[in-house]
Design a protein around this ligand. Structure first.
Ligand code: FAD
Length: 663
């Protein structure tokens, strides 16, 4: 059948879950011609993932909608641990801070996935002036990538044929329960079960794309088209999830709790928005019906294949899961005032063996990695995958950067995925163990150690074209330049509060670093007012950057590079006219930009003045810090003209049209 419609786009995104939405958000922000499709006729409104880690909230802030999150979410501050006492009754044995106090301005927060997708979708509408919307329900039929050795390469080398589904065929039917749940039957939109009829070309469309992103979830069709294996195993752990407004005498119901009962199993309690509480409940034999499914064999990490044991989800009811929860919570009572959602699932711990094919078609999110939801990471890591990938694609599509930056997506994000699975395996084993098999101390130690990881703030990207540090032996040990001894290269810039020089208003630095797609050079010029050498360096950098023949000046004019100055001189010694004009530029009307000079100085109103200390930068020496568009520290050099030339040399490795300097 010949498709009736044809279209050309820079990027086609298959799947509008958290990963697809985050990609679309970047593309909308950066003006990339994008098409995003989903096989479902509507977005989700209840259930599914609910955890937002601090790092993702920082990212939401850079896109301007973290305020919406703060108004609506439930925030975790304390975690309680319950164990059986000598009478076999559960009692609280410990209370720890939730997350890592001080690692971010945001604490881990929870709200259902549908709300988060709404914020993302609204921001996409705003950035794209309403031109980018999810097209539903569409199902891809075929995907072809032009061979790399084609004599006349096309500008749009990926071809995908899409089929428009009838709306009534694109809502998965639930397994016969009244409450919204995640126990779906296959539906017409599942590739295993194609829609009968509807084979005329009228409902088909051929999309020619420069790049395709498979953000189509754990059973990714795109991944299968690329022949990429999803390596790992399906565990025997079966978990039920209940989202309820509870009626209970359990005293810590509004705190996060891990409860290990004597012989009823384990529960995680996660207080949510609007009085809802989510319960993750481990189901045991007898609580569920397990069947062996030879059709979907499991590949173990050693490559061995074995038939998977699958839970028969059709037989599970919310009442059934609740009864297990009541048993674990005993002697506390647990009844339901409102039931919002429930599901049951078996944990699969898998990582795709590649995250791309030919650097043309990429997969992200659950398509790359699946694991248990206990660490609350699924949705977060999925969004951070495309937060990492999409700006790089935008740079290449706009002709600003060479395609050689693209492999950093797979190298950076596969490491994160593998770390996540390793942590999840540890955590799953602990949760599924019986009291006595593993000591409470070990349990709490693993949770405590994992806390930093689950904030998302400790991701440490390795040496590459986009991260300039000596090649490390592992990706765990942070690398610090002697110029900034607490600012790890490869990690996100920790936040700190500064004072805007022009109007004395205190700002968190992250609020001044929106996701605009710019690389940023932060010139920490120290106490220039009391250090003549630094004053001379500042003036020399200003004069150098201002030269019209200077390529860095071109990058600044194009908006690819933003330069900001952060000094540490006492206000009494500072005058606005001290600062070179490149840090106080005027637009064509002569209006000055007042927002590029900040001071690490005590504010008269709020606590500020610790930035140099926080970053380990000496006020008499200074440093020049380069940030990538996604806020990760890429390079640290001295704040001199030589240092600036070093940044130019570094950028010229991947920015189109820059040539290395002669120093
Ligand atoms: P998804 O959110 O799965 O989004 C994929 C999107 O692609 C969907 O909208 C889907 O309709 C669409 N799609 C799929 N195939 C195609 C196709 N061929 N063509 C077009 N569109 C397609 N995580 C937790 O942390 N806690 C939980 O309790 C939890 N419960 C879950 C319950 C269910 C039923 C599911 C499905 C997931 C759950 N998760 C949970 C996982 C969490 O939702 C994911 O980690 C997260 O959503 C991953 O984001 P993603 O964008 O990669 O994929």
């Amino acid at each position: 059948t010949t498709p009736a419609k044809e279209s050309k786009v820079d990027v086609l995104i298959v799947g509008a879950g958290p990963a697809g939405y985050m990609a679309a958000l970047w593309f909308a922000r950066l003006g990339i011609k994008t098409k995003i499709i989903d096989k479902r006729s509507t977005q989700i409104f209840t259930g599914q993932a609910d955890g937002l880690q601090p790092r993702v909230l920082e990212v939401f802030e850079t896109f301007g909608f973290v305020d919406r999150a703060i108004k609506e979410v439930a925030v975790g501050y304390e975690a309680c641990f319950y164990e059986p006492d000598e009478n076999g009754l559960i009692r609280r044995v410990d209370k720890l801070p939730e997350g890592v106090p001080g690692i971010s301005r945001f604490n881990g927060s929870v709200i259902h996935q549908g709300r988060i997708e709404t914020w993302l979708s609204d921001a996409i509408t705003e950035f794209s002036n309403g031109t980018l919307n999810v097209e539903r329900p569409y199902l891809p039929q075929s995907l072809e990538i032009e061979a790399a050795d084609t004599p006349t390469p096309s500008e749009y080398p990926v071809k995908v044929v899409l089929k428009k589904l009838p709306d009534d065929n694109a809502s998965p039917e639930q397994f016969g329960h009244k409450v919204q749940n995640g126990l779906y039957r296959q539906f017409g939109g599942d590739q295993q079960n194609p829609v009968p009829g509807a084979e005329s070309g009228d409902d088909l469309e051929t999309v020619h794309a420069k790049y395709v992103l498979g953000c189509d979830g754990a059973h990714s069709w795109v991944r299968k088209q690329l022949g990429i294996e999803h390596k790992g195993e399906t565990t025997d752990y079966v978990w039920g999830v209940l989202d309820i407004v509870p009626v209970t005498d359990f005293p810590d119901i509004r705190k996060r709790c891990s409860i290990h009962s004597k012989d009823g199993g384990s529960i995680m309690v996660i207080p949510r928005e609007d009085g809802i509480v989510r319960f993750y409940i481990q189901l045991r034999e007898g609580d569920h019906i397990a069947t062996v499914d030879p059709a979907e064999p499991t590949t173990t990490p050693t490559g061995e294949k074995k038939p998977a044991t699958r839970v028969d989800r059709t037989k599970l009811t919310a009442e059934h899961i609740l009864a297990t929860a009541q048993k674990i919570m005993h002697p506390y009572s647990l009844e339901v005032a409102e039931m919002h959602w429930f599901t049951a699932y078996q944990i699969g711990q898998r990582v795709a063996t590649a995250f791309q094919k030919d650097q043309r078609v990429f997969i992200a999110g659950d398509a790359c990695h699946t694991h248990s939801p206990k660490a609350g990471q699924g949705m977060n890591v999925s969004m951070m995958d495309t937060f990492n990938l999409a700006w790089k694609l935008a740079y290449v599509i706009k002709g600003l950067a060479k395609p050689s930056i693209l492999p950093t997506y797979e190298s950076e994000r596969m490491t994160v995925a593998q770390d996540l699975i390793a942590y999840d395996q540890k955590l799953s084993r602990l949760f599924s163990s019986k009291p006595g098999e593993i000591s409470t101390d070990e349990f709490r130690r693993v949770i405590d150690q994992g806390s930093a990881f689950t904030t998302g703030c400790t991701v440490n990207y390795q040496t590459s074209l986009l991260i300039d540090k000596p090649a490390a032996e592992d990706n765990v040990t942070p690398y610090y330049s002697p110029l900034a001894t607490k600012l790890a290269i490869g990690m996100r810039l920790p936040d700190t509060k500064l004072v805007m020089q022009s109007d004395a208003r205190p700002w968190y630095l992250n609020q001044r670093l929106p996701s605009t797609g710019q690389f940023r050079v932060l010139v920490f010029i120290g106490d220039y007012a009391q250090t003549p050498a630094l004053k001379a360096q500042m003036e020399a950098i200003g004069a150098y950057l201002a030269k019209p023949e200077n390529s860095l000046q071109r990058l600044r004019t194009d908006g690819v590079l933003q330069t900001m100055l952060i000094h540490a001189s006492p206000q009494a010694k500072v005058e606005w006219d001290d600062f070179p004009l490149v840090f106080r530029p005027r637009d064509e009307r002569g209006v000055m930009d007042y927002w590029l000079v900040m001071a690490d100085t005590p504010s008269l109103h709020e606590t500020t003045g610790n930035a140099y200390e926080t970053y380990g930068i000496e006020k008499g020496v200074g440093a020049l810090v380069v940030l990538r568009p996604d806020g990760y520290v890429a390079k640290v050099v001295e704040p001199t003209v030589e240092g600036v030339k070093g940044v130019w040399d570094w950028l010229s490795q991947f920015v189109v049209g820059l040539t290395p300097t002669e120093i």
